[in-house]
Design a protein. Sequence first.
Length: 229
Amino acid sequence: MTQTPWQPGPAAPALADGVVDVWRSDLADAAAHDAVRELLSLAERERATRFARAEDGRRWSAARGILRALLGAYAHRDPRTLRFAEGAHGKPALAGDPAPRLRFNLSHSGDVALCAFALDREVGIDVELPRRAVDHVAIARRILGDAEAERLQALGARERERAFLRAWVRWEAVLKCRGTGIGGAEREPAGGEDAWVQELDFDPPGAAALAVEDGPATVRCFRWPPASR
């Protein structure tokens, strides 16, 4: 497993062919994200108010605002003017023609958000933090298969949770790369695991992984906001 350390992010990020940028952000500081929330559309702001828990709405709007800020930086556009379209299973893409080569994906769990960006290659990213006591073996058997369930069954409780999360984020990242992850985690993907997957440096017991279309990529891991700001 290759892991890339998290570095201070550049103020003016730029992508090259064969490179994937991943940005990590802490959503816990509400005041730090007030500026990015101002980038949201009216529809996004209204969606944030519909979460059952206000805390979840705050996290969602902060993550979406960070995504907009980064997309604007990569595309050299005003983040407020960016429009999104959704694929058949809910994966977002830029609408219109602001940056036709730019691909991206977003995941957040608890107070952690990860955004991935690439040129001309679909990407999927997933981060998971432990949330509640669950039957990891039963979930793995239903979603990930008997072999993975048996592997988890042989581990101690603490090791099992970490191993389950690592397996889960790899699976979900591949689904999101294909555009079937949102609302489709329990469907078997067609065609085998053709995406290239790399686990990301993440403090246990949480886990994170990146999936990239069409083979290996150079992965750069940054922390948001950029250090120079």
